[in-house]
Design a protein around this ligand. Structure first.
Ligand SMILES: *[C@@H]1O[C@H](CO)[C@@H](O)[C@H](O)[C@H]1NC(C)=O
Ligand SMILES: *[C@@H]1O[C@H](CO)[C@@H](O)[C@H](O)[C@H]1NC(C)=O
Ligand SMILES: *[C@@H]1O[C@H](CO)[C@@H](O)[C@H](O)[C@H]1NC(C)=O
Length: 838
């Protein structure tokens, strides 16, 4: 019965999807499936409207409901993020260690079922009345209220689904189709069973009606092969549509293109990655050097600003300039402030120009910095940022900057002449200016030259154009990426490469965050402590194919605890609601994140399979994940887990020698893994020694003999506590395997005395670690200040962008990239995306 209904609804949806709405969406009734209803509906509408402005039935009810709702303020509480001191952290850890508290009770359902009252009740009643008359606005608002919980309406996912579904069938509203697809895809809130086939269907309907997020979602599904076979051609088709919009949006900005602050980031990276500082790939190995840009640098941006401001007041022009840039560009957590930026840039220029002419004997470097500041001021006049747009003033400042060889000024000059802003349009002059800037590797000028050569159209020009675009692509310039994608896709001037085109289109589309995604809202909700809302918002971005959002969704839903749990315990997690307890969804998104090259996510996947979280336990899959992750020799966690599996003979042959080698490799990958590895090694050695002593069948550690002393110590403690558990013989291991997979937590040592010793040791170690971390943080902060000072002294060009990258590794490093964060770091490209001059 249900299946039949579904087929019927589907047919209807198809009908709507293809009977495209040339007419006003609001007027659209059913075309085929419901001829009679559609007819009467239309007649009614026409009668009401007199054939002109169309009011749906029930529109008045919606209006009065909105009046009521506006009286309620949106409950967006900006709670400060909780900071835990050492004591709080220890207490938290102590509570966590208590086994009973680990089975934290689900949040009481009653809390979310509080009956509506007052204005909200009134408004809801009005909307429901209106919805009964098939009013699309009422349906939409009710759906959103039940889904996102707007106006503190309690979330009710089944109800939300029904409303979205009704609206989707009513007039093929693409937002509603998209939401229905999302609910099928994720099964969020238990409204419907997860069903990837239906999800793809609804997403595709929405995408074909031009819904941008749906386009990206469908593209991602074809690209990654989710619920459908992989198809590069399909992926390109849909990603191109989204990228086209992204580029159009970018160009619709003021001269020089739109700028924005990149909001996408991994929550886990704030605490050093999915496994905490040091254990995760995100903060180990190659990434360790720049392990702190997210956690510590982010925390100390205020400190840096304060420091720079102090230096600036003392007359340090480089500090002033850098402050200007920081305020001009903004970053996640720091809004742009063009007014302040202008003030700081003026500070610099006033030092160099007095009474309209350069001062005699400027300090070394002042001319260069003043040139750059002039370039920025010119840019602000040209774009009308913080000042009224004024091309004459812009030209004045660009001239000043150009004399001092500032590439941004030359570029700005080129733009003025190219478009005839305040001057007579002069292509030759423009090209000359762009060439000067391009010669200094200024990406935006290279792009402009690329377009100019492209316009000429001869084969030779085409090649020059491509060359310029490729130069600019090194700086992760969005237009250059788009062009490279177009060329790869069309195969004009080079071999066609579908996979190349897909990844460039994807990058372009994903970069236009404010246009295509809900990153900003999600981050806002997360920072305000509304994890549920954040999850729902991240979910959309995750479906769209943002690896970072996939990581965030998985991280928020992550119920598994780490193998190296100590650093994780330092971050606090509140009690979780029903919505946040969805290990299967967590596993799904760890998987998707790992498919996009995130090694930590791959290790997480292994954990889930090993412990049977979110899926049936499958040791072989776990081993596959760990082995896959360990191949990069970056994941201390993966190596550690493999060691653990060898030690216990779970999924792998029991082999103490190999276990030790994995443990050693884990420690070598990362110095912060030292403590847990040392503890594990101690235990391993003990077991191995016992094994050797009793001529066990397991391959013992061979190279260096077991230190006698350690074994005798535990032995002594064992005897002392008169524990008769035969801990370390082979029989034990057999029995052990029969138990449910313990998940390999190093906290879960064997029963008995050993445990007490280890727990004591761990407690001591924890105290040590907390202190150690604090010290490290202080050091890091100090280092950062030094770094800032150093950078400031050798500040070079004014390029805002550098290497892009979704993955954590191997960025083409470019010096001189920007102030914060460091070039080549994982977030750098994103940070640069909203940067200047692209
Ligand atoms: C609303 O739409 C549904 C299905 O599209 C239809 O069955 C119902 O009769 C409509 N109700 C009104 C009041 O028009
Ligand atoms: C879907 O319907 C709602 C309510 O009528 C409307 O606000 C929204 O713009 C519609 N979405 C699209 C893509 O037309
Ligand atoms: C409801 O809240 C979500 C998330 O904050 C927001 O995106 C959406 O626009 C809101 N909808 C309405 C109707 O206010």
């Amino acid at each position: 019965m249900k299946g039949f209904l579904w087929v019927f609804l589907l047919l209807q949806a198809i009908a709507f999807s293809y009977a495209e709405a040339q007419t006003n969406q609001h007027v659209l009734g059913g075309d085929t499936a419901e001829e009679t209803n559609g007819e009467s509906f239309r007649a009614e509408v026409a009668a009401q409207s007199g054939g002109q402005t169309v009011r749906e039935p029930g529109a008045d009810l919606v209006d009065s409901a909105l009046v009521e709702l506006r009286k309620l303020h949106q409950p967006f509480h900006h709670r400060a993020r909780k900071q835990h001191g050492v004591v709080g952290t220890l207490l938290h850890f102590a509570l966590k260690a208590l086994p009973t508290l680990r089975l934290s009770a689900p949040a009481p359902e009653s809390a979310s079922k509080n009956p509506l009252s007052g204005k909200l009740l009134h408004a809801t009643t009005l909307l429901e009345d209106s919805a009964r008359q098939n009013n699309s606005d009422a349906l939409y608002i009710l759906a959103e209220m039940n889904f996102y919980g707007n106006f503190s309406h309690p979330k009710d996912f089944p109800a939300a689904f029904d409303y979205y579904h009704q609206l989707a069938l009513l007039n093929g509203n693409s937002s509603a189709l998209y939401m229905v697809g999302m609910m099928y895809s994720t099964g969020i809130g238990g409204a419907v069973e997860r069903d990837q086939a239906r999800a793809l269907l609804y997403y595709t309907f929405a995408a074909n009606r031009g819904h941008t997020r749906a386009e990206m979602t469908v593209a991602h599904r074809h690209h990654a092969g989710i619920g459908t076979p992989k198809s590069c051609e399909m992926a390109v088709k849909y990603y191109k549509r989204a990228a086209d919009k992204a580029i159009a949006w970018y160009r619709s900005g003021p001269p020089g293109g739109r700028t924005w602050i990149a909001e996408s980031y991994r929550i886990a990276d704030e605490t050093g990655g999915a496994y905490g500082e040091g254990a995760s790939v995100a903060s180990a190995g190659d990434n360790a050097v720049k392990a702190h840009p997210n956690s510590d640098a982010y925390a100390s941006i205020e400190d840096i600003i304060e420091y720079l401001d102090l230096m600036s007041q003392k007359g340090d022009f480089k500090a002033s300039f850098n402050l200007g840039r920081i305020y001009y560009e903004g970053q996640r957590g720091l809004n742009k402030n063009v007014v302040l930026a202008r003030k700081y840039f003026f500070d610099v220029t006033q030092k160099y120009w007095r009474k309209n002419r350069p001062i005699d004997n400027p300090k070394t470097g002042l001319d260069k910095t003043a040139g750059k500041a002039a370039g920025y001021i010119g840019r602000m006049y040209m774009r009308g940022e913080g000042v009224e747009q004024n091309f004459d003033r812009a030209k004045f400042w660009f001239e000043r900057g150009a004399i001092l060889k500032d590439p941004q000024s030359h570029h700005g000059f080129g733009l003025l002449y190219l478009n005839g802003y305040g001057v007579k349009a002069d292509a030759t002059q423009a090209i000359d200016s762009f060439k000067v800037a391009a010669a200094q590797d200024y990406a935006s000028a290279q792009v402009q030259l690329g377009y100019l050569y492209l316009d000429h159209g001869s084969n030779e020009d085409l090649e020059i154009a491509n060359h310029y675009f490729e130069l600019a692509a090194r700086w992760a310039n969005i237009e250059a990426y788009y062009h490279v994608a177009e060329v790869s896709n069309s195969g004009i001037g080079r071999d066609r490469s579908c996979s190349g085109a897909v990844s460039y289109y994807k990058n372009v589309a994903e970069r236009a965050e404010p246009l295509v995604s809900s990153w900003a809202e999600a981050n806002l909700a997360y920072e305000a402590g509304d994890t549920e809302l954040a999850l729902l918002e991240y979910l959309g971005a995750a479906e769209q194919g943002y690896e970072k959002a996939q990581n965030n969704v998985a991280h928020i839903l992550d119920s598994d605890r780490s193998r190296l749990p100590i650093p994780q315990l330092l971050s606090h997690r509140g009690p979780t609601s029903r919505l946040l307890q969805d290990p299967t969804l967590s596993l799904i998104f760890w998987t998707r994140s790992s498919r996009q090259g995130n090694i930590d996510a791959l290790v997480k996947m292994g954990d889930y399979y090993l412990s049977g979280i979110g899926a049936d336990a499958d040791v072989d899959k776990a081993v596959q994940c760990y082995t896959g992750a360990s191949e990069y020799h970056q994941s201390a966690q993966a190596l550690y887990n493999l060691g653990w599996m060898h030690e216990h003979g779970i999924g792998l042959d029991q082999d103490y020698h190999l276990a030790k080698r994995y443990y050693d490799a884990s420690r070598d990958t990362n110095e912060e893994a030292y403590l847990p590895v040392a503890i594990s090694l101690l235990k391993l050695r003990a077991k191995s020694a016992w094994n050797t002593l009793t001529h066990g069948r397991i391959n013992s550690i061979q190279d260096d003999p077991t230190p006698k002393k350690e074994w005798s110590l535990t032995d002594w403690v064992n005897n002392f506590l008169q524990d008769d558990a035969p801990d370390y013989d082979d029989g034990y291991d057999d029995g052990y395997e029969d138990e449910r997979m313990p998940g390999g937590d190093p906290m879960e040592f064997e029963d008995g005395a050993m445990e007490s010793v280890v727990i004591l040791g761990l407690a001591a170690a924890l105290v040590f670690l907390v202190m150690y971390r604090q010290q490290r943080q202080q050091q890091a902060a100090r280092r950062q200040e030094e770094e800032a000072r150093r950078q400031q002294q050798q500040r070079g060009g004014a390029h805002g962008g550098a290497a892009v990258g979704n993955q954590q590794q191997a960025q083409p490093q470019q010096q001189d990239g920007g102030f914060l964060p460091q070039p080549g770091d994982a977030n750098f490209g994103q940070w640069g995306a909203g940067g200047v001059g692209h």
